[in-house]
Ligand binder design. Structure first.
Ligand code: SF4
Length: 328
């Protein structure tokens, strides 16, 4: 913790390198704060554990709050801290009761390890105290949240809905297929369903609007037509809409990338047929976004020098309509 605090206490300018005039991503991160490093989620497709480690190293509350003060005193700050989080936001402050083990697979797909000590009360506290700093109007969480109960107790859900989600809560079921989720090292769909039931019940009891937006990966190794259909059905059953669907990208050092190239899971030997044709993957993504396995993706519009740039694909408009329709 001391080492991480010392790094963040260095006199960074919080500005992009002067060589660059406009970096779109900078607008997103300018007023966001890293609270910790590491992730023990062990999702097969993600390389964070490989390069940051599975152990959570958290900054002290003091260090985080000092950074909030620094941002709040900057000219041009309009009052919104866009994120306090890390690879998985609600792992802040968590630890292991026995000091760690070799596997460090603390969430074990469907049941958290009994030695996992949640840090969510520290996380809630740091979020609350950041919101009390002069000049701060909102403190949002834009980093991903795991929805296992050990990391998402009712008090944190309530705080998220009330104060820390900018209108939409983003969650990452990643797929609706039990088989694919098992390959991804993620909880089964029933765990997500339980979470959604909890979060919606709390929103109703608090009389607060809530939109839940799902992140989905299309084309993960092991996903074929049947699994895509399961995902579409899952999203429809749970009234989850949006266009946050990404095509699987093999990332160095991950188990999913090994599945992609080998055609089987190197740990279990399970076969993992994988679609690699970009056009077919774009089709699959479109089917998931449109909620229809038979949907045909319109041909991408070509740039016409006389007419100017192509307008946005029609599905964008559809998404907005769906979201407002299902505002809860
Ligand atoms: S003992 Fe459990 S909580 Fe501790 S590091 Fe291992 S899996 Fe994680």
């Amino acid at each position: 913790m001391q080492e991480l605090d010392a790094v963040y206490a260095l006199p960074f300018t919080r500005k992009p390198h002067p060589r660059y005039t406009d970096i779109p991503a900078f607008r997103m991160i300018e007023h966001s704060i890293t609270s910790h490093r590491g992730c023990y989620g062990r999702c097969s497709f993600c390389s964070i554990t490989a390069h940051q480690g599975p152990e959570i190293v958290s900054r002290s509350k003091k260090s985080i709050l000092q950074e909030v003060e620094k941002i709040a005193s900057k000219p041009g700050f309009t009052g919104t801290i866009t994120d306090i989080g890390g690879p998985t936001a609600n792992m802040y402050g968590s630890s292991c009761a026995i000091g760690g083990c070799r596997d460090h697979d603390c969430l074990k797909e469907d049941s958290a390890c009994k030695n996992l000590v949640s840090g969510t009360k520290y996380y809630r506290d740091v979020l609350r105290r950041a919101g009390e700093i002069k000049g701060v109007k909102h403190v949002f969480i834009s980093s991903g949240l795991r929805f296992e109960t050990v990391l998402m107790e009712d008090a944190l859900i309530r705080a998220c809905i009330r104060y820390h989600t900018p209108g939409r809560m983003k969650i990452a079921p990643e797929s609706g297929s039990e088989k694919v989720l098992h390959l991804m090292g993620k909880p089964a769909p029933k765990k997500c369903k339980i979470f959604l039931k909890r979060v919606r019940k709390i929103a109703v009891s608090e009389n607060l609007p809530l939109i839940v937006v799902p992140y989905i990966i299309a084309g993960h190794p092991g996903e074929e037509k049947a699994e895509t259909e399961e995902t579409i059905q899952f999203l429809a059953d749970e009234k989850l809409y949006g266009n946050e669907v990404q095509i699987f990208t093999p990332t160095p050092l991950t188990r999913s990338t090994a599945m992609y190239y080998l055609g089987y899971d190197p740990i279990t030997g399970e076969e993992t047929p994988t679609e690699k044709d970009t056009k077919k993957l774009e089709e699959r993504k479109y089917k998931i976004i449109s909620g229809d396995i038979n949907a045909k993706r319109p041909e991408p519009r070509r740039y016409d020098a006389k007419k100017g740039p192509a307008t946005k694909p029609s599905v964008a408009g559809k998404k907005t309509a769906s979201l407002s329709k299902y505002r809860e």
